[in-house]
Design a protein around this ligand. Structure first.
Ligand code: AMP
Ligand code: ZN
Length: 113
C-alpha cells in the first residue's frame, strides 16, 4: 500500500521517530506550524477518524496519552498545547492515515480557521 505514514511507521523512510511503542509512533511534522509540531499516528493503517471502531478505543486513548507525555517532554504541558485531528479533505486532511497533530510553543488563536 502506498501510504507515506505506514512507510514511516515501518521505517521504510528515514524519518526520525521521536517516540515509538507497539501501538503508535511520533515524529516531527515536515512543515511545522508552531515551534513544537509533532504528529502521533497509529501503526495500524486507519484512513480517517470516521473509520475508527469499538476495537480502536484503547488505541485512541493511548494516542492522547502519548500526546500528553510528549507535551510534558517538550515542556509545553503547563503553558498549553493543542491536539488536532483533521478529518477528511474539507477539514484539511491531506494524508489519509489517521494522525493527531501536537502543536505548542506559541499562543494559539481560537477558533481555528
Ligand atoms: P493533515 O493536513 O492533517 O493531513 O496533516 C498532514 C501533515 O503531515 C502535514 O502537516 C504535513 O506537513 C505532514 N507531513 C506530510 N508528509 C510528511 C513526512 N514525510 N514527514 C513528516 N510530516 C509529514
Ligand atoms: Zn497508512
Amino acid at each position: 500500500m502506498e501510504c507515506i505514514f505506514c512507510k514511516i511507521a515501518q521505517k521504510e523512510l528515514p524519518t526520525k521517530l521521536i517516540y515509538e511503542d507497539n501501538l503508535v509512533v511520533a515524529f516531527d511534522d515536515l512543515h511545522p506550524r508552531a515551534p513544537i509540531h509533532k504528529l502521533i499516528i497509529p501503526r495500524k493503517h486507519i484512513a480517517t477518524l470516521n473509520d475508527i471502531t469499538d476495537i480502536d478505543m484503547p488505541l485512541i486513548g493511548h494516542i492522547l496519552h502519548t500526546a500528553q507525555k510528549l507535551a510534558k517532554d517538550c515542556d509545553i504541558a503547563e503553558q498549553g498545547y493543542r491536539v488536532v485531528n483533521n478529518c477528511n479533505a474539507g477539514a484539511g486532511q491531506t494524508v489519509f492515515h489517521l494522525h493527531f497533530h501536537l502543536l505548542g510553543g506559541r499562543e494559539m488563536s481560537w477558533p481555528p480557521g
